[in-house]
Write a protein that binds this ligand. Structure first.
Ligand SMILES: Cc1ncc(C[n+]2csc(CCOP(=O)(O)OP(=O)(O)O)c2C)c(N)n1
Length: 687
C-alpha cells in the first residue's frame, strides 16, 4: 500500500526503531544517518505540514543526544517541543510521521501519553528547565543519582525560549541546588519564530561573534575529542572550556558550568563533547550553534516562511498562496490596528514574540516606534502595557488566548484591579486545529469574565470583530476581544468605525419556545439550527457585561434557553447566562453547549467542532434530545403561528436582523466552516 503521506526512508534510518539501535551504530555512521533523517523530515513535513525550519536544525542534536544519553532512562526534555520531530523519528514514531498533527495521529509536540521518550509534555515555551530540575531533584532524593547508572537530565532550549522568565527563575533555582545532574543545551540558531529580540540576544551574539567563535570551535575540537582518563579530563575540560570563552559568562554567574559554543551540526564535535559532559556533575550549560532550516536552501534563506508551512512540494518550495477568498480574523485585526493607530497616536501595539501570527508585520513597518516585540514574555507584555496605560498611552496587547494564560496574574493584579485601559486582542480563541490541546483558546471567557472592570467581547463575524476592537479601544478600562483562528463567514468589513453599545445583545432570529443564545463563532451554526427548529437566536456579543435585560425579556416569552459557545462549558459564557438568570430570579430550563471538561486533541478544526456537537447539526440534535417535549408541543399545535408574533418590539429593528435570518445568510455557514477547515488542513501553522 502506498500512503502518499508516508515519506521514503533511507536504508540506515530504516534500521532505527529505537535509540538502543542508534547506540549500536559506529560513530562514523552517524553522519549518514543525519543526512537520511534530514531528508526524511523534509519529505515528511512537506506532506503533512508542520514545523520545518526548527526541525531541520536539530537533526544532529537529536542523534547526538540519543547516542550519548541512555534515553528514556535519562530524561530528555525539548523546550516548546516544536523542534522534536527528529527525536520522534528516532524514538519509534517514524512510521507515524505521516499522521503528524492530524486527528488520531501523533502530536506536533512531545507528549507523555504518546511515548516514554517524551519525558515531559511541552508546547508553551520556557518550561523545560523547571521540569528538568524537578526531575533531577526527584532522582537525587530517590538515590538515583549515584553509581555508573546514575540518571541524567537534559533540557534542550532555544535562544528564543530562553527569553521567557520561567527559564531565569529555573536557572536561579538550579544554580544553587546541590547534587543534581542537569545539563542545559542551548540550541542557538539566532532566531525565534521571527528574528530574535532583546538584550539577551545581543549578549549571545557577542558570545559568538566573529573570529572568536571560529577559534573556539577549533580549540573545542582539540580539547573535547581526545579522551584522556576521565578524572583528569573533567578538570581540564572545565578549565579549557572556560578559557575558550569570555570569562564569567552570565550562565556561570547563575552557578552553571558553561561550555561551548560548539557547532551543533558537527557530530564529531557534538558526540565527544556530550560524552565528556555526561561524566561531569552539577548544573552544566552547553551552548550549541545551529542553523534554522539547515540543509534545505530555501528554509535556510527564509526560516520564517518555513517555520510552520502547510503542505508543499520540496522541489518547488512554498508557492505564494493565491489571495485567500476571505480575510482571516488576524487580518481583520491587522487592518484595524493600523487604521486605529493612524487615527489615534496614543495607540501602541505589543506582541510577545508573535509578530507574524498576531498580524503585526504591517504595523511594525508603518509604526516602528509604537511597536514592541518583547520576546516570549507574556507576563512582562501585560505589565508593560499596564505601565504604558498609566501614562496615558492606549496599549493593544496582541496575544493568543492560550498564551495570555501565562500572563494571568498580571492581567488581574496590574490591569484589572487598577482598571487600566488595555485592549487584549485575543487571537486563536476556541479550537485551533493541528496544534492541539496545548494551544486551544478554550478558557478565556472563564478566566476573564470573573475579573473586575473587564469587558469581554465575542465577535460573530469579521465586521463585528473590527467594530468591537474599535469599541474596546474606546473603553476607559480593560477589555478583551476574542476571535478564532482562520476566516469568518465572509461578511463585508466596513471601513468606518461604529461603536457597539456596551453590553447589548442582538436578536438575530425570532422564533418560539426555545431561545438559542449564541456567543461569537457559534452564531452561524446556531442560526442554522434555529432555522431548523423554529427557535429564536440571539447574538449575545458580550460575555461581560452580559445582557441581563435581553435574558429577562426572552425568559418571559420562551420555554427554554440554550447557550452555545466555542469555549469550555464550565465557567464560560453559558455560566454567565445562568448567573444572570439566578440573579434575576428567572427559572427556565437551560441547556449549555460548548467544549467538554477534557482536552481537545489535534485535528481538523471543523471536524473537532463537529465531534463536540458544535456544528449546526450537532446543536440541533442536542436541542432535540433535551427538549423533545417542548418541540413536540410546538409541532402539534402551533405550526401555523407566525414566528415573529413574539418578537419584542424593542428588539425588532434593523434590516440587518431580518437579512441575517434569511436563508442566504445562513448559507454562509457552510463555506465559512470549509474555509477554517481548509486553512487548518493545508495552511501555515502559526505557533
Ligand atoms: C509561552 C509561549 N509563547 C509563545 C509561543 C509561540 N512560539 C512557539 S515557538 C516560538 C519561538 C521559539 O524560538 P526558539 O526557542 O529560538 O526556537 P526555534 O524556533 O528558533 O528553533 C514561539 C514564540 C509558545 N510556544 N509559548
Amino acid at each position: 500500500m502506498n500512503d502518499p503521506r508516508q515519506a521514503p526512508v533511507g536504508e540506515l534510518l530504516a534500521t532505527i526503531d529505537d535509540p538502543s539501535q542508534l547506540r549500536r551504530l559506529e560513530r562514523s555512521q552517524l553522519q549518514r544517518l543525519a543526512t537520511e533523517l534530514r531528508g526524511f523530515i523534509l519529505e515528511s513535513v512537506s506532506r503533512t505540514g508542520g514545523h520545518l525550519s526548527s526541525n531541520l536544525g536539530t537533526v544532529e542534536l537529536a542523534i547526538a543526544l540519543h547516542y550519548v544519553f541512555d534515553t528514556p532512562r535519562d530524561r530528555l526534555i525539548w523546550d516548546v517541543g516544536h523542534q522534536s520531530y527528529p527525536h520522534k523519528v528516532l524514538t519509534g514514531r517514524r512510521a507515524r510521521m505521516g499522521t503528524l498533527r492530524q486527528f488520531g495521529g501523533i502530536s506536533g509536540f512531545p507528549k507523555r501519553s504518546e511515548s516514554e521518550y517524551d519525558a515531559f509534555g511541552t508546547a508553551h515555551s520556557s518550561t523545560s528547565l523547571s521540569a528538568a530540575l524537578g526531575m533531577a531533584v526527584a532522582s537525587r532524593n530517590k538515590g538515583e543519582n549515584e553509581g555508573p547508572n546514575r540518571r541524567r537530565h537534559v533540557a534542550v532550549i532555544g535562544d528564543g525560549a530562553i527569553t521567557g522568565g520561567m527559564f531565569f527563575e529555573a536557572m536561579n533555582n538550579a544554580g544553587v541546588t546541590p547534587d543534581i545532574d542537569l545539563l542545559v543545551v542551548l540550541n542557538d540558531n539566532d532566531m525565534s519564530i521571527s528574528p530574535p529580540v532583546g538584550a539577551l540576544n545581543h549578549y549571545l551574539t557577542r558570545l559568538l561573534s566573529g573570529r572568536f567563535y571560529a577559534k573556539a570551535r577549533d580549540v573545542g575540537r582539540a580539547v573535547l575529542s581526545n579522551v584522556p582518563p576521565l578524572l583528569a579530563l573533567a578538570r581540564r575540560l572545565e578549565e579549557h572550556a572556560k578559557g575558550m570563552v569570555v570569562p564569567g559568562t552570565m550562565f556561570e554567574e547563575f552557578g552553571f558550568n558553561y561550555f561551548g559554543p560548539i557547532d551543533g551540526h558537527d557530530l564529531d564535535a557534538m558526540v565527544p563533547t556530550l560524552q565528556n559532559l555526561r561524566e561531569l556533575r552539577g548544573p552544566l550549560f552547553l551552548h550549541v550553534v545551529t542553523r534554522k532550516g539547515q540543509g534545505y536552501k530555501l528554509a535556510e534563506a527564509d526560516p520564517v516562511l518555513y517555520h510552520g508551512p502547510g503542505r508543499f512540494d520540496p522541489g518547488e518550495g512554498i508557492r505564494k498562496p493565491a489571495a485567500p477568498p476571505r480575510p482571516t480574523y488576524t487580518q481583520v485585526f491587522s487592518d484595524w490596528v493600523c487604521d486605529m493607530a493612524e487615527a489615534d497616536e496614543r495607540l501602541v501595539a505589543i506582541t510577545p514574540a508573535m509578530r507574524e501570527g498576531s498580524g503585526l508585520v504591517e504595523f511594525e513597518k508603518r509604526f516602528p516606534r509604537r511597536y514592541f516585540d518583547v520576546g516570549i514574555a507574556e507576563q512582562h507584555a501585560v505589565t508593560f502595557a499596564a505601565g504604558l496605560a498609566c501614562e496615558g498611552m492606549k496599549p493593544v496587547v496582541a496575544i493568543y488566548s492560550t498564551f495570555l494564560q501565562r500572563g494571568y496574574d498580571q492581567t488581574i493584579h496590574d490591569v484589572a484591579l487598577q482598571n487600566l485601559p488595555v485592549v487584549f486582542a485575543l487571537d486563536r480563541a476556541g479550537v485551533v486545529g493541528a496544534d492541539g490541546a496545548t494551544h486551544a483558546g478554550a478558557y478565556d471567557f472563564a478566566y476573564l469574565r470573573c475579573l473586575p472592570n473587564f469587558v469581554v467581547y465575542a465577535p460573530s463575524d469579521e465586521n463585528e470583530c473590527r467594530q468591537m476592537l474599535y469599541s474596546a479601544f474606546l473603553q476607559d478600562g480593560p477589555s478583551a476581544v476574542r476571535y478564532p483562528r482562520g476566516s469568518g463567514p465572509g461578511v463585508t468589513v466596513e471601513k468606518a468605525f461604529t461603536e457597539i453599545p456596551l453590553g447589548r445583545a442582538e436578536l438575530r432570529r425570532q422564533g418560539r419556545r426555545i431561545a438559542i443564545l449564541a456567543f461569537g463563532t457559534m452564531l452561524a451554526p446556531a442560526l442554522a439550527a434555529g432555522e431548523a427548529l423554529g427557535a429564536t437566536v440571539v447574538n449575545m456579543r458580550f460575555v461581560k457585561p452580559i445582557d441581563d435585560r435581553m435574558i429577562a425579556e426572552l425568559a418571559g416569552t420562551h420555554g427554554a434557553f440554550v447557550t452555545v459557545e466555542e469555549h469550555v462549558v464550565m465557567g464560560g459564557a453559558g455560566s454567565a447566562v445562568a448567573e444572570s438568570m439566578a440573579a434575576q430570579g428567572l427559572v427556565l430550563p437551560l441547556l449549555q453547549l460548548g467544549l467538554p471538561d477534557r482536552p481537545i486533541d489535534h485535528g481538523d478544526q471543523a471536524q473537532l467542532l463537529r465531534d463536540e456537537g458544535l456544528d449546526a447539526a450537532g446543536i440541533e440534535a442536542s436541542i432535540r434530545k433535551r427538549f423533545t417535549q417542548l418541540l413536540a408541543e410546538r409541532e402539534a399545535g402551533f405550526e401555523a403561528e407566525a414566528d415573529s408574533a413574539h418578537e419584542p418590539e424593542s428588539r425588532r429593528s434593523s434590516a440587518k436582523v431580518a437579512v441575517a435570518a434569511e436563508p442566504a445568510a445562513l448559507r454562509r455557514t457552510g463555506p465559512a466552516r470549509e474555509a477554517r477547515a481548509t486553512r487548518s488542513a493545508l495552511g501555515h501553522i502559526d505557533s
